[in-house]
Design a protein. Structure first.
Ligand code: CMC
Length: 426
């Protein structure tokens, strides 16, 4: 049964409704508080639920992650990214026929219009691929705007298919641009992850040849990143989408939010940090810096707003990292030894134990992606690719029911009202 909460505002007792969750914390419904002339204050949403959702559940204390009720470990082991995308979008696992139809429609829409691809000509080879990916996703809004009806379930699903289908092609184009090579068309005979690897690393006019181990490991990475409830980028998609803008524009906003090192950019930052540390003997120095409040340095790949236990994605990622490194003959990669020692040393330290700072998914994903031959600036692009079905599912969930424009309030601490002073008198 939901708890009962009363609040006392200057002696006036008010019963606050508590909304009951199917899993996890119940939430105090503060929507009517405005009628009492008071707002709640929660910068960074530390204890605020911004919406209700049926997509993903995280129990941060127990280290549990469920997509539509299914544990991430089972999905990572048994499913595929496109099956998980279907699950997120539709709420249920597909039948064989439903999955085939979904895969076919993704395959049919992977191609990028040749005129549109000229957008990449505006960038130079040193442009960060995330800048190109943000621009290309926002640009897609120009192709899918005329029939925009966000309340139409058919339009919603069309937008979802286009985004999931086109993001590997866009991501690969950003990579090819950065190495100054021609784009490679998607091959409908390949799986989703194979296609991405082929479009990145294949040769124009040559038959695709992609390692099954690598494509399976990459598909697993996509699954692990597919959704994570109301994280910063997903909340950005919802916030932008709440203005009823074009969904491609809302997803571009989410992509920009993902880029930061506190969020999706952490995988790139982890690798940078491991390269900087480079030797086990230097780990203590970096641990000391991470603990020093005067030093802005943080141990990248450690800590999470929600997980106060092992990030279950990190556990799957760690074992996948070993498989990839073995396949690539990189089991003795010194960076892996630095990472493993860093994890062990950090987890023995009181500072990290007290604050429940555990390795997150980004700690091992960077090492895995590096071993796969994926260049460091592409790491956050891979996260974008994986997160696409999550973003579009949350957007779809929001616009499928009545919703309000996201418009937070503030605690104003600025000047009181005062009169304008003429410039000659200041
Ligand atoms: N290294 C050193 N200290 C840390 C770290 C870290 N990585 N993370 C948190 N802390 C400390 C923090 O300084 C604070 O200490 P104190 O209580 O003494 O002030 C305490 O732990 C609580 O941290 P917080 O900053 O209040 O936690 P948050 O929920 O606001 O931030 C976070 C979460 C992920 C942004 C943060 O842990 C962080 O910056 N980690 C490194 C970046 C990273 O790996 N990000 C990827 C997150 S997982 C991928 C994703 O889902 O996006």
């Amino acid at each position: 049964m939901a708890q009962k909460v009363k609040i006392d505002i200057d002696g006036k007792l008010i019963d606050m409704p508590v909304l009951e969750a199917s899993e996890g914390f119940n939430v105090l419904d503060v929507r009517d508080l405005i009628n009492e002339g008071i707002f709640t204050y929660d910068p960074g949403f530390l204890s605020t639920a911004s919406c209700d959702s049926k997509v993903t559940f995280i129990d941060g204390d127990k280290g549990i992650l469920l997509y539509r009720g299914y544990p991430i470990e089972q999905l990572a082991e048994k499913s595929s990214h496109l099956e998980v995308s279907y699950l997120l979008l539709h709420g249920e696992l597909p039948t064989k026929t439903q999955l085939e139809t979904f895969e076919n429609s993704i395959n049919q829409h992977m191609q990028i219009d040749k005129q549109f691809a000229k957008l990449f000509d505006g960038f130079n080879e040193s442009s960060h691929p995330m800048a190109m990916v943000c621009a290309a996703i926002a640009g897609l809004a120009s192709l899918y705007h005329d029939d925009l009806d966000i309340s139409d379930p058919e339009y919603q699903m069309k937008a979802a298919i286009q985004l999931i289908a086109k993001i590997p092609t866009i991501a690969a184009m950003a990579y090819r641009k950065s190495i100054g090579k021609d784009f490679i068309d998607p091959d409908p005979e390949l799986t989703y992850a194979e296609n991405f690897l082929h479009m990145c690393f294949g040769e124009s006019g040559e038959t695709a040849s992609v390692s099954k181990t690598l494509s399976r490991a990459l598909d697993k990475i996509f699954i692990l990143h597919a959704d994570h409830e109301q994280n910063a980028s997903t909340s950005t998609v919802r916030m932008a989408g709440s203005t009823e803008c074009n969904p491609f524009a809302a997803i571009a906003a989410g992509t920009a939010a993902l880029w930061g090192p506190s969020h999706g950019g952490a995988n790139e930052a982890v690798l940078g940090m491991l390269i900087e540390i480079s030797e086990i003997s230097r780990i203590d120095e970096y641990i000391k810096r991470a603990k020093d409040k005067e030093d802005p340095f943080k141990l990248m790949g450690f800590g999470h707003r929600v997980y106060k236990n092992f990030d279950p994605r990190a556990t799957v990622m760690q074992s996948s990292a070993h498989a990839v490194l073995e396949e690539q003959g990189a089991s003795n990669d010194p960076l892996l030894s630095v990472a493993q020692s860093l994890e062990r040393i950090a987890r023995e330290q009181e500072y990290f134990v007290e604050r429940k700072l555990y390795p997150n998914i980004d700690f091992y994903s960077g090492i895995t992606l590096k071993a796969m031959g994926i260049p460091v600036p592409m790491f956050t692009v891979i996260f974008t690719l994986g997160r696409m079905p999550g973003w579009i599912t949350h957007w779809k969930e929001m616009v499928s029911s009545p919703f309000k424009i996201a418009r937070p309030r503030q605690l104003y601490l600025g000047e009181n009202s005062r009169n304008y002073i003429d410039i000659n008198k200041r």
